[in-house]
Design a protein around this ligand. Structure first.
Ligand SMILES: NC(=O)C1=CN([C@@H]2O[C@H](COP(=O)(O)OP(=O)(O)OC[C@H]3O[C@@H](n4cnc5c(N)ncnc54)[C@H](OP(=O)(O)O)[C@@H]3O)[C@@H](O)[C@H]2O)C=CC1
Ligand SMILES: O=C(O)C1=N[C@H](C(=O)O)C[C@H](O)C1
Length: 268
């Protein structure tokens, strides 16, 4: 089978660098284009420069040209940027892997609409371990029921701009689905002051930001006299990048639709 030709958006970023490396190491992937924002210091430089190697792919700010050369666009940037890229991928009939987090409802609706015409994997966390944790959470919530208070605690590096993390929100949504909670009404994001007694129908989210923490997520099920903690810690960004390559390969020849990593990994 021919390798999937990928373009990487945000190639100069923390994830962008990892994605370039993962693409180079995956025989099922051919890196054909890399994108950065117009005016970025990275434009015109080799996509592998930050890794100390040459890829032969020069970082570009011409979206049409870069996406046009690829089968699949991999995007780890910012929500507003991703939405613009989705529109271009839709127009050009290309598949897309979206790892960006922090979309609002309107932006998500644009992605959902595009997915009626092109295949898209949208996932806040592409690491296999985290997606297995989603499954563990479904099982734990179903077994424990409402008798255990659910708190999601996440920690990330100081440069992360959205909170709670997309992964923490997905963990909360996963548990809320099982327990029949409505997160719009029954979520609390941080606590301060006289907050009153904790209702049992609540999912709490706490975010820590500091240093170079790659990404830690803990879900606490706190009962009476005991508690369960399910934790995932990323020690490197490579598992996210490897997952993104796997998603790009999954999309090759796939029908239009909105998929996530559970589809890619067969965890449904
Ligand atoms: N799904 C997953 O598994 C994971 C998701 N993420 C998510 O990925 C996103 C990016 O994270 P991270 O790599 O740490 O962030 P970075 O800020 O390091 O990278 C984002 C990159 O996008 C670039 N960018 C900005 N505007 C444009 C544009 N118009 N066109 C192309 N590129 C542009 C930025 O350039 P500049 O800095 O010059 O503005 C930067 O290089 C976040 O939303 C994060 O939450 C992160 C890890 C895993
Ligand atoms: O910004 C990050 O770094 C990460 N973002 C994703 C998220 O918001 O969940 C995934 C991972 O936690 C790293």
């Amino acid at each position: 089978m021919k390798p999937v030709r990928v373009a990487i958006a945000g190639a100069g970023g923390r994830m962008g660098r990892m994605l370039v490396e993962a693409a180079q190491e995956d025989p099922g992937i051919e890196l054909v284009a890399a994108l950065e924002r117009p005016g970025s210091e990275w434009i015109g430089r080799d996509a592998g420069e930050q890794l100390g190697r040459s890829t032969g792919v020069v970082i570009d700010d011409d979206y049409e040209r870069a996406i046009g050369a690829a089968d699949c666009l991999i995007d780890f940037t910012r929500p507003a940027v991703s939405v613009g890229l989705v529109r271009t991928a839709q127009r050009l009939g290309k598949s897309m892997v979206i790892g960006t987090t922090g979309f609002d409802a309107e932006q998500r609706a644009i992605i959902e609409q595009a997915a009626t015409e092109i295949p898209i994997v949208l996932a806040p966390n592409m690491a296999i371990g985290v997606n297995v944790v989603f499954r563990l959470l479904e099982g734990a919530a179903a077994l424990l029921g409402e008798g255990y208070d659910v708190e999601v605690i996440e920690a990330h590096h100081r440069n992360k701009v959205d909170a709670p993390s997309g992964t923490a929100l997905e963990m909360g949504r996963t548990i809320a689905r099982v327990l029949g909670f409505d997160l719009d009404r029954e979520a609390v994001y941080g606590r301060q002051g006289t907050v009153g007694v904790r209702p049992s129908r609540q999912i709490g989210f706490s975010s820590i930001r500091g240093g170079d923490i790659v990404g830690d997520h803990t879900v606490l099920f706190a009962g009476t006299g005991e508690r369960i903690e399910i934790t995932h810690r990323a020690q490197s960004r490579m598992p996210y990048a490897v997952g993104a390559m796997r998603a790009a390969r999954f999309l090759q020849g796939r029908a239009p639709g909105l998929y996530d990593m559970r589809d890619v990994l067969g965890l449904r």
